[in-house]
Design a protein around this ligand. Structure first.
Ligand code: G3I
Length: 348
């Protein structure tokens, strides 16, 4: 080829090398990830930040297709005094979600934590007896589920009801109402909103064998009694100082085989501080694997992170010397974990 022709050919080819043809399926943000895998990608919402921080709101609404209230729907938040309901924060969250085409997970109807003082002290001093407690629980579940009827895709009906050793959790519910409270909670929730997906939700369910076996048998039991249970939530509070729960996808499948929908409901990956590039790379790998595990199981419909920014995370307040558990940093800049979620290939 003559030098002139070579030069011409190189000139014409140059743009191809400079700007490789962009892959139309390569996600550019988390909404694209949700679309690619046909699952919901969610975040827990810190209500104070939703109200007060414009940049927090903007990223939340731009990136996520699903939201969960981090605290605003818990019992102490919605009924701090007996019979006095304070819905403003939960309402604001649901309304913000509606305006931004986000689905909502209700968290949570029954838990042993963040119960209002009037309830725990009433039970402790005997002024609330077992029959009244059962009625209070029925009333609480019915009132809250009805308020958001048609606006909540899925409810965490019971949260963390199994101990690490596989026994049922010792709580006011088990002590005073007996194990039947679990079936009751699902039945009451279903009556209040027959279309909402009703979940059992727990932590360490990714790997803790006794917890897994007990939760599976709770689900089988409920199904045998025709109790309306539709899903299991794996909270997914991970830490890079522990191994990644390598059998997680198989555990998901065992629940899916019982006919349940699966969700990763509270994913975060903490680390011992200080942050280093190596730790961020390991963290990114854990996030990637969690999403890959979810999309490898057809029944997995949602992956929600428990806060999307290190600016607002429960981790530093609970684990001394640990933090940086989220996919964006304090300034809302992308961490390697964010990009790792974008890179998970399509499986179905
Ligand atoms: O509301 C009070 C406020 O009035 C007070 O000034 C302030 C002072 O500390 O505390 C506020 O309450 C805090 C509450 O969050 C609301 O911000 C509590 O101290 C704090 O303990 C509470 O922590 C929450 C924790 O649940 C309670 O168990 C975290 O934000 C929340 O991320 C965490 O979420 C749980 C899930 O619901 C269930 N799975 C585990 C997950 C992590 O623990």
């Amino acid at each position: 080829m003559k030098p002139l022709l070579i030069a011409l050919a190189l000139t014409l080819a140059a743009p191809m090398f400079a700007h490789p043809h962009p892959d139309p399926h390569q996600p550019r943000d988390l909404r694209d990830v949700a679309k690619l895998h046909r699952i919901a990608i969610g975040s827990a919402v810190d209500i104070a930040s939703l109200h007060a921080e414009q940049d927090y709101r903007k990223v939340l609404n731009r990136e996520f297709t699903h939201v969960t209230a981090e605290n605003a729907m818990k019992w102490e938040s919605v009924e701090p005094e007996r019979g006095v309901y304070t819905w403003a924060d939960a309402d604001a969250l649901v309304e913000n979600a509606r305006r931004n085409h986000q689905q909502v997970r209700g968290h949570t109807l029954l838990w042993h934590n963040q119960l209002p003082a009037w309830l725990t002290s009433g039970v402790a001093d005997g002024s609330i007896d077992a029959a009244e407690l059962r009625e209070i629980l029925r009333e609480h579940i019915t009132t809250q589920v009805k308020r958001y009827k048609g606006k909540i895709r899925a409810w965490d009906v019971v949260n963390e009801v199994v101990e690490e050793d596989g026994s049922l959790r010792q709580s006011i519910w088990l002590t005073h109402l007996g194990p039947g409270y679990i079936a009751d909670a699902f039945r009451w929730a279903h009556r209040a909103d027959p279309h909402a997906k009703l979940y059992i939700n727990d932590y360490n369910l990714e790997w803790n064998q006794p917890k897994i076996e007990t939760t599976l048998s709770i689900v089988k039991d409920l199904k045998a009694q025709r109790v309306p249970i539709h899903g299991v939530g794996f909270q997914g509070h991970l830490g890079i100082q522990y191994d990644y729960p390598g059998d997680w996808a198989n555990v998901m499948r065992r629940f899916a085989d019982l006919g349940l929908e699966i969700a990763v409901t509270e994913l975060d990956v903490r680390m011992v501080l200080p942050v280093t590039p190596d730790k961020l790379a390991t963290q990114a790998d854990y996030y990637r694997r969690a999403l890959a595990d979810c999309v490898s199981v057809k029944a997995c419909k949602e992956l929600t992170v428990w806060g999307y920014t290190d600016r607002h995370s429960w981790v530093p307040g609970w684990f001394e010397g640990e933090g940086a558990a989220c996919i964006l940093d304090e300034n809302l800049a992308r961490k390697p974990a964010y990009d790792a979620l974008l890179a998970v290939p399509r499986r179905r």
